[in-house]
Write a protein that binds this ligand. Structure first.
Ligand SMILES: C[C@@H]1O[C@H](OP(=O)(O)OP(=O)(O)OC[C@H]2O[C@@H](n3ccc(=O)[nH]c3=O)[C@H](O)[C@@H]2O)[C@H](O)[C@H](O)[C@H]1O
Length: 475
């Protein structure tokens, strides 16, 4: 296999292969549009249902972006229609990872036939880097979540060989020993169990940290949705931990698109009736499934606060279309006019961009975290899993919002703690610092020109990176 050096002007073919979670698929799709916009060819690979659920490709990019559907193989215990984390309960996610691994044969065949210049993948396909290396395809791990969360797992060797001595929740309730600087970033007990599970082999046959370690170890570079203007110290730590380039692609602030849908027309009419900065927008992402008790306390806290609210209340994952979330008796009647409970997918970015919204009660998923701060909204943090706890610590530490007080043992919270947090962040004079700090943060998070420069730098790397075939590498 000869080595190929890319001439500056030639058109690249880049394959994008995200994990099966919409908090991952959307950033991969957004990055695909940036690459296509610069005249390169994209093959976006996912399952049939996920491809069908993608946002529309802008007309001027349709000829540059090919959508490749690879069906999942049947896996014991995985419900038939499950193709994304939002389709299943959390306990089925290891089965979804096993099915995801079943995409290897078809993806390999596609790569052999198309020989793209690059493939960008996510944390799960431990098997993909060696396939790409054998075919002389440049390969990168695109990290859709921030740098501090990845740093929490340590070096790729530690991730792969499981030499991480941290075995209990307590071990994750302090910063990792390889963090050489002062930090408050650590998990609470009720969050740390997710990390314990992530470092343990699960029903997919591998642990998440093994998967992540293997994709990093097999990559030439790590691209990450982060920027030097916010917590850059963690980017430097990642380069030390993984001994390879870690290139921020910026925060990729999504652009607010035109929306003439009936949903948005009715939502906008309701928001137009509210006073400026008076509404708290409430949404917990596409994956977390709060318990019935937690949803009740959240509902009663919204009611108690007396603050107008728009609640994007997604059904818990995997309970099927017919499942109805049970809200407190009479709740929707009592809050009529002041509170809107929206029970399907909400146009989150449009809502956050509306003048009536003055704060965001969020689980702190990385995309929501970014979107709230693009518009300068103080965040009221209610984290559940993955990186959300660390993101919530940052909110509290940087004072551009606060965490809803919770029991350290089981993470339970009360209607009073919800109500008090909302009033403090939105109304009380003591909360003015949160509102001012969040507005200041929008100067970074919402600076389109800043983040466009990161994209330019990222694409220049793709264009100028020399493709070295595996034969050349081994000489
Ligand atoms: C990356 C990782 O993947 C997961 O993403 P998840 O979907 O939960 O949350 P977000 O990252 O906020 O992503 C959610 C995305 O869905 C959009 N949205 C959500 C609800 C709705 O009703 N309408 C919408 O448009 C929202 O605008 C955002 O872009 C994990 O949380 C993890 O913590 C996160 O860092």
């Amino acid at each position: 296999m000869e080595s190929r050096t890319m001439a500056k002007t030639s058109k690249l073919h880049v394959v994008m292969f995200p994990w099966l979670g919409f908090g991952h698929i959307i950033p991969f799709f957004e990055l695909s549009k940036f690459i296509a916009h610069r005249g390169h060819k994209i093959s976006f690979v996912s399952t049939p249902r996920n491809i069908d659920r993608l946002p529309k490709i802008p007309p001027h990019l349709i000829s540059s972006i090919t959508l490749l559907k690879i069906p999942l193989p049947k896996v014991e215990g995985l419900p038939e229609s499950a193709e994304a984390t939002m389709d299943i309960k959390n306990e089925y996610i290891p089965h979804l990872k096993k099915a995801f691994d079943g995409m290897e044969a078809e993806l390999t065949c596609f790569l052999e036939n198309s020989l793209p210049d690059w493939i960008l993948y996510d944390f799960a396909p431990y098997w993909l880097p060696p396939v790409a290396a054998r075919l002389g395809i440049s390969r990168a791990y695109f990290r859709v979540i921030n740098a501090w969360f990845l740093a929490f797992f340590g070096s790729s060797e530690t991730m792969i060989n499981g030499s991480d001595e941290r075995k209990s929740a307590e071990d994750f309730m302090i910063p990792p020993k390889w963090v050489p600087f002062e930090t408050k970033l650590a998990y609470r007990r009720y969050e740390a169990n997710w990390l314990v599970r992530a470092t343990q082999t699960n029903d997919s046959g591998f642990s998440d940290s093994y998967r992540g370690g293997k994709v990093i170890d097999g990559s030439e570079v790590i691209f990450i949705r982060h920027c030097n203007e916010f917590e850059s110290i963690w980017l430097k730590l990642l380069e030390e931990l993984h001994k390879r380039p870690v290139i921020p692609v910026g925060l990729m602030p999504p652009q607010v698109e035109e929306d003439n849908s009936q949903s948005w027309v009715s939502i906008k009419a309701w928001l137009d009736d509210q006073n400026e900065l008076s509404v708290v927008y409430v949404a917990l992402g596409s994956e977390v499934s709060p318990s019935q008790d937690q949803l009740h306390e959240l509902a009663l806290g919204l009611e108690l606060s007396g603050v107008p609210f728009f609640w994007a209340l997604r059904k818990p994952s995997g309970f099927g279309e017919s499942y109805e979330v049970v809200l407190p008796v009479g709740f929707e009647e009592r809050v009529k006019g002041r509170g809107m409970v929206w029970k399907s997918w909400a146009p989150q970015l449009k809502i956050l961009s509306h003048d009536s919204v003055g704060a965001f009660l969020t689980h702190c998923g990385w995309s929501s975290f970014i979107e709230g701060l693009i518009f300068g909204h103080p965040l009221i943090a209610l984290p559940f899993q993955v990186d959300q706890g660390l993101n919530a610590r940052i909110v509290a530490d940087k004072q551009f919002g606060m965490e809803i007080p919770r029991s350290d043992e089981d993470g339970s919270f009360t209607r009073n703690s919800v109500s008090d947090s909302i009033k403090l962040v939105m109304i009380n004079f003591e909360g003015k610092k949160f509102r001012d700090n969040a507005k200041e943060m929008s100067g970074i998070f919402g600076d389109k020109r800043l983040h466009d420069r990161y994209i330019d730098n990222f694409i220049n790397f793709l264009e100028n990176h020399r493709i070295i075939s595996s034969a050349t590498e081994s000489e």
